[in-house]
Design a binder for this molecule. Structure first.
Ligand code: AHR
Length: 496
């Protein structure tokens, strides 16, 4: 039995609900056939959007959704997605998958989809093929009060009089790559133009700037250096990290499992090292981290569309494990990370849903977001526990990973503890002990596990991997079985 000390008064910070955010890009089957089925579809829908997904997103308290890309955003003209005439265009992805963008879903549709879900939209603004003027006008069109500007009147003619609430805007996407292939210095120069225009507007919006690709710390250093004179026109520093292995999605070996987990755990280093650079420049009050793309990236074609939808992949217990580890890392770094968006919501990389016409199912990743949702808005606390190393070999190299990932938070008189046993061989029994307060013995425990770690939910068998609930006596220890994830809710006993 391993002791787990829960330092009830040692607060890290409040866990911003937006850490549990999502991402929907106009790519492959994410929008068309994913969230959007069309108003005349036989599939149950709300204004053309799949009702099943809306209901399921409500159930996990979805806090924010990023749109319309990704790389797609860097060739997007927002005017194509308003009014009656929707031009068909080439998109960033046309060369790869041969699909053209119909623009059926645009600003009104997406913002109203967010309203149906009860979530906040996070728009990604193009800075590769547009000018600040066009984004200035998009702000005006979306957010100006009724009947004030000509663009607000145009919005009304298009069916919406009151303004949309778009609290978050990304200025560019991956500008070190697909978004203009810029240097950090060139990006900052351009960012200054955009932000000076957009920050002069009356709207209370947060602007996020394009940060590093994973561990490209050179970008972060040069970014901070170039930005230091213009300090304070950024509200968040975005960062992308895919724990890519590019291997088989389902038929993976045990060593592949461990290597995937090692790469997921690397998120912690990436956060801390970027943060160290930002701290060295004294910019931690403005450059909080926004991890607006993260997830696994396996070989393509494992999803139900069999390759038709670009980057669509299935999701197994391994993807669920990566989700749990990553969310634990975000909770434990919630003093640095203010938002994160898993890529992507449906029919794509690390997704929560797989859909095709009337079929739609949740993946094991969805269940982790459900099990962890109690952390949203809670106070993250520090924990102390021991880990063992698990050894494995990958690419002829001997490697090891820790066998346990944990985070804990306190909300409304309850402790929320989420624990993942990364090993494939041994169960781990934890003996939780409240430090600075007492815990009640009887607790609720939810578990996601499956005897077959390569199993996944399918249209034919949608509930192969679903969570189970039980009541436990924590004074006897909580067993987190091998390759499983547990969420435990424990009442804090405030009697002295
Ligand atoms: O999520 C798929 C793509 O990955 C996104 O469009 C891009 O930003 C990233 O490279």
């Amino acid at each position: 039995m391993r002791k787990l000390y829960l330092l009830l008064n040692d607060e890290i910070a409040k866990i911003n609900p937006e850490i549990y955010g999502h991402f929907t890009e106009h790519i492959g089957g994410v929008i068309y056939s994913g969230i959007w089925v069309g108003k005349d579809s036989k599939t149950e829908n709300i204004n053309g959007f799949r009702k099943y997904i809306i209901d399921k997103l409500k159930a996990i308290n979805c806090p924010v959704i990023r749109w319309p890309g990704g790389c797609f955003a860097e060739m997007y003209n927002w005017r194509d997605g308003i009014g009656d005439f929707r031009p068909v265009r080439h998109s960033f992805w046309t060369k790869i998958d041969g699909r053209y963008e119909s623009n059926e879903v645009g600003t009104h549709e997406f913002a109203e989809f967010c309203e149906s879900v009860g979530t906040k939209p996070y728009f990604a603004a193009n800075m590769t093929t547009t000018t600040p003027q066009e984004i200035f006008e998009w702000f005006d069109y979306c957010m100006s009060d009724e009947d004030t500007t000509t663009l607000a009147k145009e919005r009304k003619e298009n069916g919406r009089s009151k303004p949309y609430d778009i609290p978050y805007w990304g200025i560019g996407n991956e500008n070190w790559g697909g978004g203009g292939n810029m240097t950090p210095e060139a990006y900052i120069d351009l960012y200054r133009k955009y932000s000076s225009v957009l920050k002069s507007m009356k709207f209370d919006t947060k602007l996020f700037a394009c940060g590093s690709d994973a561990d490209n710390f050179d970008w972060t250093m040069r970014f901070c250096e170039a930005y230091k004179d213009a300090y304070k026109c950024i509200d968040g520093y975005t960062m992308h990290y895919y724990c890519r292995c590019d291997g088989e999605c389902i038929e993976y070996s045990d060593d592949d499992w461990y290597e995937q987990i090692k790469r997921a755990m690397y998120m912690d280093d990436i956060i801390k090292r970027n943060w160290n650079i930002i701290s060295a420049y004294g910019m931690t009050d403005h450059l909080k981290l926004v991890v607006d793309e993260w997830g696994t990236w396996h070989k393509p074609d494992s999803g139900p569309s069999k390759g038709k939808n670009l980057y669509e992949q299935q999701s197994t217990m391994r993807d669920a494990m990566v989700t749990a580890i990553t969310l634990n890392i975000f909770n434990n770094n919630c003093d640095k990370v203010i938002m994160a968006n898993v890529a992507q919501l449906v029919n794509n990389l690390h997704c929560l849903f797989l859909a095709d016409e009337e079929n739609c199912i949740t993946t094991p990743t969805y269940h982790i977001f459900d099990m962890f949702k109690e952390h949203q808005g809670a106070k993250a606390i520090r924990t102390l526990f021991e880990t063992d190393d698990i050894s494995y070999s990958f690419d002829n190299e001997e490697k090891s990973i820790k066998d346990l990932s944990i985070s804990a938070s306190v909300k409304d008189g309850y402790l929320i503890l989420t624990a993942a046993n990364t090993g494939l061989e041994k169960d781990i029994t934890l003996l939780p002990e409240g430090v600075g307060g007492k815990l009640e013995n009887t607790a609720e425990m939810t578990v996601l596990s499956c005897d077959d770690i390569r199993a996944c939910n399918t249209f034919e068998e949608p509930e192969k991997i679903v969570p189970t609930k039980k009541t436990v006596d924590i004074s006897k220890g909580i067993t987190v079985e091998k390759s499983s994830i547990a969420a435990i809710k424990i009442k804090i006993n405030d009697e002295k």
